[in-house]
Write a protein that binds this ligand. Structure first.
Ligand code: ZN
Length: 369
């Protein structure tokens, strides 16, 4: 049996929201021989690095540098759970590589379910400034030995598709090292790994794998690590239809992580097959979560328009899952975009305290027959 048939979710973490305390206690209870605390966040939460494998290909990976992106934390937990049930796959993989995995680099943001850390810094734009405590721990981990590869693990919004129809459930990037986006040898090493992952995943989720923009971001982590000589691969978990808690994404993220590690094991810095990377469709920004079509407003003149809505993910104190709050993003002619949910309001009533929907405000209208 192959990995995807053996895939097991870690049932201790059923929700998209992961409480940092729960994760720390899980790691300390179940993986104490493999973890090391590498520092404490602004709010004094521990940041743990897990080390698995005995091989000599060194890999550094980190999850939740943006607190509201838990898929990669789940993927690592699910990978370990699945490999425990498949000793031969585990043996094959982990005797060739050594993986240092930093769980939840931004535990303060993870607690509050925010992209930013406790003092509102985006760790992924703080490479040079080092104004956050947390980015320094990542940089010193990266400097502690010569890593052959790094995996920079993120999630993207629901707005992206691969072709205007299918969601970009997973997108990958071999980041640029300069504004000219030169295809360097280190980029080719990343592209070769991504190509292997793509070859496996496109059979499982056809048309749902994309390529993230390779625009050069001078202050971001991956771009700077690769520029400094460490091949760094970006993962972006994205939308899966009718699955806002991203359980489907979580599964394929785990499978992608497994095949990336397997590809690294096989390629061992070789660039064979890198050209396939160029076949992966680029992410397209085509969707909103909901588009209300042909909404007739209660204005004095005849006014029929579209209303585009996007969920904001929020966490209320004490809740163990996030909630999705709809916000108005665009009003007017939205024909060039689609909604994952399209609601035709022809002949229906717009019911609201306001005459028209307010931009950037929570949805406060109803559509009635
Ligand atoms: Zn991110």
């Amino acid at each position: 049996m192959n990995f995807e048939q053996l895939y097991q979710q870690n049932l201790d973490f059923p929700n998209r929201y992961i409480s940092p305390e729960k994760l720390f206690s899980y790691l300390q209870t179940n993986l104490s021989d493999h973890i090391q605390e590498i520092g404490k966040s602004y709010l004094e939460k521990p940041i743990f690095k897990l080390t698995v494998g005995t091989g000599d290909i060194n890999i550094l990976a980190w999850s939740q540098m943006h607190g509201n992106e838990s898929n990669a934390t789940h993927a690592m937990l699910d990978l370990l759970m699945t490999l425990d049930k498949a000793p031969e796959l585990k043996e094959e993989l982990l005797t060739k590589i050594k993986l240092d995995f930093i769980f939840m680099l931004n535990p303060d943001g993870s607690e509050r379910w925010t992209r930013l850390n406790a003092v509102d810094i985006d760790l992924n734009r703080d490479f040079h400034n080092e104004s956050s405590k947390e980015i320094k721990f990542l940089k010193s981990a990266a400097a502690s030995k010569k890593y052959d590869y790094a995996l920079n693990l993120h999630e993207q919004r629901t707005i992206f598709t691969t072709d205007g129809i299918h969601p970009a459930t997973l997108s990958f990037l071999a980041p640029s090292e300069d504004y000219e986006r030169t295809v360097t040898d280190n980029r080719k090493k990343c592209m070769a790994v991504i190509a292997e992952v793509y070859n496996h995943l496109k059979e499982l989720i056809p048309n749902q794998i994309g390529r993230y923009s390779d625009e050069f971001y001078p202050t971001s982590t991956g771009d700077n690590f690769i520029k400094a000589g460490m091949p760094t691969i970006l993962f972006e978990g994205g939308h899966f239809v009718d699955d806002y808690t991203r359980k489907g994404t979580r599964k394929y993220y785990t499978i992608a992580l497994y095949y990336a590690l397997k590809a690294i094991r096989k390629l061992n810095s070789d660039i064979e097959g890198w050209e396939t990377y160029l076949d992966i469709p680029e992410n397209r920004e085509t969707h909103y979560d909901i588009v209300y079509r042909n909404v007739k407003l209660n204005t004095d003149h005849e006014c029929i328009l579209d209303v585009a809505v996007q969920y904001r993910e929020m966490r209320e104190e004490g809740k163990d899952e996030i909630s999705f709050v709809p916000f108005v993003m665009e009003v007017g002619d939205v024909k060039q975009k689609k909604g994952w949910l399209e609601i035709d309001c022809t002949g229906k009533k717009f019911v609201s305290a306001n005459k028209y929907p307010k931009l950037d405000a929570e949805v406060n209208f109803k559509i009635e027959d």
